[in-house]
Design a protein around this ligand. Sequence first.
Ligand code: ADP
Length: 399
Amino acid sequence: MKILVVNCGSSSLKYQLIDMEGEVVLAKGLVERIGIEGSILTQKVEGREKYVIKQPMASHKDAIKLVLEALVDSQNGVIKDMSEISAVGHRVVHGAEKYSNSVLIDEDVMKTLEECSKLAPLHNPPNIIGINACKELMPNTPMVGVFDTAFHQTIPEYAYIYPLPYELYKKYGVRKYGFHGTSHRFVSSAAADLLGKDIKELKIITCHLGNGASITAVKDGKSIETSMGFTPLEGIAMGTRSGNIDPAIITFLMKELNLTIEEVDDIVNKKSGVYGISGVSSDFRDIEDAAWKEGNKRAQLALDVYYYKVKKFIGSYAAVMNGVDCIVFTAGLGENSPETREYVCEGLDYLGVKIDKEKNKVRGKAVDISSEDSKVRVLVIPTNEELMIARDVKEIVKG
Ligand code: ADP
């Protein structure tokens, strides 16, 4: 069974064609600058040169059309005919309280997704456009929606309710939803596999540290708390997002600097985080270089703030689970920065966390980096949201 996984952004589209026999990625690609000048598709197939197509793509439908053409291309493609694609899995950011699992997309689901757009105005609309485009081009192929929020629907009420007037939850859906759920689900399950344990017996803290970042407490295989909230702005400091701050800072800034809602939104989402503190970059590689090679003090401060925030969440999640058996690092920074893992775990010996510095030198591989006598296993696990989506699609389509 071959499954196409699609992740549509506002002007970009990522895709993978996965053969579920052996879970092999046949092709993966990225379409950029959809609807703007300079549209480009780049497809990668293991062992081959990159296949690049530069041609105008006015819409997501044009983009998907070109993706399908690239996949069946006689020279550069990997399948003979579109009919070889058994189903399509779509990453959808927000499923609100409607979806705690992935779902076969029908007219009712499309309506619900439209409703959910209110909660994710930047993310759900391009997801919906992508689904519609695929439906038009592949009317007989089943489509499945896989939600970033779904895994966190097991978070208990006392953890997802904000201490705000209760009507705001009831009328407007103001509550914690959490994001990156597909990644947290994938790595927590892979962690249990790597440890050879039943996930239902484990207390796991998963740290998804990428450009956007979130931390999740997984108990008995279920998410019971996560750092992102009503939006992906809550939680730890990120590349450009502030994460948790005193909410009164927003109104203070609006009053003092006479800022509009859009301007203040821009500050906390795009000009804050490690970029805001360092003034260097939102990319951790640049910040690490500035701090450690050039002695840039603000870059070092940004890193110190970051490690401190991650450590605080780990401590509090050990508290909510009454202990922790395993900490997982994943995503760009979690998989590739040994220093981040070392500094975050420094001083967690009270929890029984001990890292082996040699084992910790790993980048991008699934490895147990804790020392023999560490009570808590510390793992690096590369995330694979596309594979998780494809597995869900297979399950649903077969069912
Ligand atoms: P997203 O999917 O949210 O865009 P990623 O998971 O790709 O993000 O993570 C991107 C982040 O990972 C960037 O800040 C990048 O600097 C960081 N990163 C990637 N490789 C390394 C590395 N070798 N050392 C330090 N940071 C890295």
